[in-house]
Structure formats: C-alpha cells, structure tokens
Design a protein around this ligand. Structure first.
Ligand code: PLP
Length: 365
C-alpha cells in the first residue's frame, strides 16, 4: 500500500467500558498520561503484504515475544497531539496532517515502513469517535492522543524489521499548569548532548528521550524543571529542551529561535508560533543562538523573554537559567507579555474560540 490509500477499520467495541460515573470521577482530575480511554487502534505491517488488520479494539496489553526487534534495537517512533472540546460540544484537532507527515518522516529516518498519512488521520477519527465521552469539557483540559509504531518482527538480526505494529492510544489530560502559568527554571547541560549532526534529532523516536533522561535527572538534582541541550559539536549553541523548542524575545519585539539543522525536532507548535508571531507584527529570525549571547543579553536587559513550546504545555515561560557556571534571570523572572499574548492567541485557535485564517483546525465531531 502506498500514500493516499485507505484501509477499512474493523470496529470491536469494548464489552466492558468504564462506567459513566467512574469516568466522570477520573476526568475530574486526570493529571498527565496516567488514565486511558476504553479503546485503542492497532494496524499491522508485513513486508510484501503492506498494512493490514486495521482495528479499533478494547485497550489492553499487547503480548510480545522476548525476541521482538524493538526490545533490542529500539526501532520505535511516536507522535503526540490533542483533541479539544469545542464550545458547541464538538471535537477538534489542531494540524493533525502535520503530525501525520512528521510520523512518516520519522519512520523514514528510522528505516521503518511509512504509515500512509490518510490512514494515520483515519485512525485518529475512529478512536475519537468511539471514545468521544473521554474528551474533557474543562478549559485547558484535552484528550492527548499517542500514536506510535515499533518493529514487531521476532528476530535478533540487526537490520530494518520486516514487520511493524502501529498503535494509537488516548489519555485525558488536565491543565499542564495547575495553579496558573509559572515560569520554569532550566538547567543547561554541558556534559550531555541530545542529538548530533546526521543523527536522529529530527525524528520523534523513543531513543532520543532515553538519551535525554540522565540530563533531565541532572536538571532535577540541580533544582531545575527542564534541561536545555547545547549543540553536540561545539557545545556553544542552544538546540532545544528535552521535549520542547525554544524562543528568545528581544526588546524590539524580535523573536529568535534555533534553525532546523536536523539535530532539532521540528515542532508543530514552533512552526505555529513563527506564523502567528509574524502575523502579529513580530520579526522572527531562525539562526544559531549561543549560550554566551543568551547570558550577555539577559544581563544587559535587551533580552526580555524566553519561552519553550510544545503540544503538552503550549508555551512555557523560562524565568531562570542555571548551569555549572552559575545562574541568571531573564527579564524580571516572570511571564512576559509577548509570551502570554502568543500563548493566548494559539490556545484560542486550538480550542476553536478564535478565527482560524490558517486552516489549522480540523473538525472531527
Ligand atoms: C515533540 C517534541 C517537540 C515539540 O513538538 P510539537 O509538535 O510542538 O509538540 C519538541 N522537541 C522534541 C524533542 C519533541 O519530541
């Protein structure tokens, strides 16, 4: 099967879905990534056969042979996007075709079979339709969708697998900032890097996260919430955080963000922020940005705001920057006006509350 083609999904409703009262209790305080809906999607791939057995079925464990390739050589990719409850009770997605495209690009980098983009989109529709009651109604809450795919072939030889399993699960999530938006303190790692030129930094693969965890642990030990990675060659330029891209806001309103060199994950939030900021009259420059420049311009006051961005937290202000060389504060350490404005503009489009001149919002129900 090639791009553009479709599959018929077999629907097997869960005979024992979570009762309405229990679901309501779970949805009242979902947290992040701990509770799940009643169903999942699975689709299989085999070389020579293509994609087959597309199913919506009760969510449950996936039996796995101990020689399954992913457990040994980590051929695995994933995506993350959210379904939002619209004011009229419907459900919307934000730029899902961008996630479909990135999923295919990640698959290509990891030598995996690409899932046709339309099949990826259809899988989202099917799961949201059957689990629609799990999309929260609260402001700032949403249904987090986690598509992923792994090498399911049972074989210990080192080569691209000939069989893959695509799975889609969903998890209701609450507001990322429970007590209102609060700037985070970040740790700049001089010891560890996340991705090197020619590596897998631009692919959304589990292995990148595995490689980032020791640095994230170091950040926590140093009283920071997140880690900032520097480039792997010179350890001079800012790449991104463990799971978020980064923007620097100057006194004249200019935004600077590191360019997509292949070592940085091309965030859909990053791309949306660039478009929105330009339309709001800001100049946006994609160029290498050094830690030295960050330190000096924060000290002089020319640099007014810094924020990180990604699907989970939308825009997160960065207040304090710490490293082995000491620490400094950006602006007065509080949430900046440009960060707040961009965040609100984006959230309003994502939730269908504002006009969408970009065609980003995709109605599901
Ligand atoms: C997913 C991810 C991002 C953010 O991407 P969005 O599409 O904006 O959610 C940034 N960096 C890394 C490493 C990621 O995995």
């Amino acid at each position: 099967m090639s791009g553009g083609e479709r599959l018929d999904f077999e629907i097997r409703p869960n005979p024992r879905p979570v009762a309405a009262a229990e679901r309501a209790a779970l949805l009242s305080n979902p947290g992040f990534g701990r509770i799940f809906t009643d169903h999942m999607v699975t689709i299989r791939y085999a070389e020579g056969k293509g994609w087959y057995d597309a199913r919506v079925e009760p969510r449950g464990p996936i039996p796995m042979d101990p020689a399954t390739a992913v457990l040994h050589y980590a051929q695995e990719i994933f995506e993350g996007l959210k379904a939002y409850r619209a004011a009229d009770g419907g459900v919307i997605l934000f730029r899902p075709e961008a996630n479909a495209r990135r999923f295919a690009a990640s698959a290509a980098r990891m030598a995996m079979a690409p899932l046709p983009e339309q099949v990826f989109l259809d899988s989202l529709h099917h799961l949201i339709s059957i689990d629609r009651e799990w999309v929260p109604h609260e402001d700032e809450a949403s249904l987090y969708l986690r598509p992923f795919m792994y090498a399911s072939e049972v074989f210990l030889g080192v080569k691209p697998a000939s069989e893959y399993l695509y799975v889609l699960i969903a998890s209701p999530v609450g507001s990322y900032f429970a007590g209102g938006i609060k700037p985070v303190t970040v740790w700049v790692s001089h010891e560890y890097t996340r991705a090197a030129p020619g590596g897998t930094g631009a692919a959304k693969c589990g292995g990148n996260y595995a490689a980032s965890l020791v640095a994230q642990a170091e950040a926590i030990e140093n009283g920071c919430e997140q880690v900032v990675f520097l480039d792997a060659v010179e350890r001079r330029y800012v790449d991104e955080l463990g799971g978020m891209n980064i923007f620097f806001v100057y006194e004249d309103g200019t935004l600077v963000t590191p360019p997509l060199t292949g070592a940085i994950l091309p965030g859909i939030t990053r791309d949306s922020v660039i478009t929105l900021a330009r339309d709001l009259g800001h100049e946006v420059v994609e160029r290498p940005y050094s830690l030295q420049e960050w330190t000096a311009d924060a000290a002089s006051g020319r640099l007014r705001e810094v924020f990180a961005c990604g699907t989970a937290a939308v825009l997160t202000p960065i207040g304090t920057v710490r490293s082995r060389d000491g620490e400094f504060t950006v602006g007065d350490g509080s949430t900046g006006a440009v960060t707040a404005k961009l965040r609100q503009s984006l959230v309003d489009i994502q939730r269908g509350r504002a006009a969408d001149p970009y065609g980003w919002v995709h109605r599901v129900l």
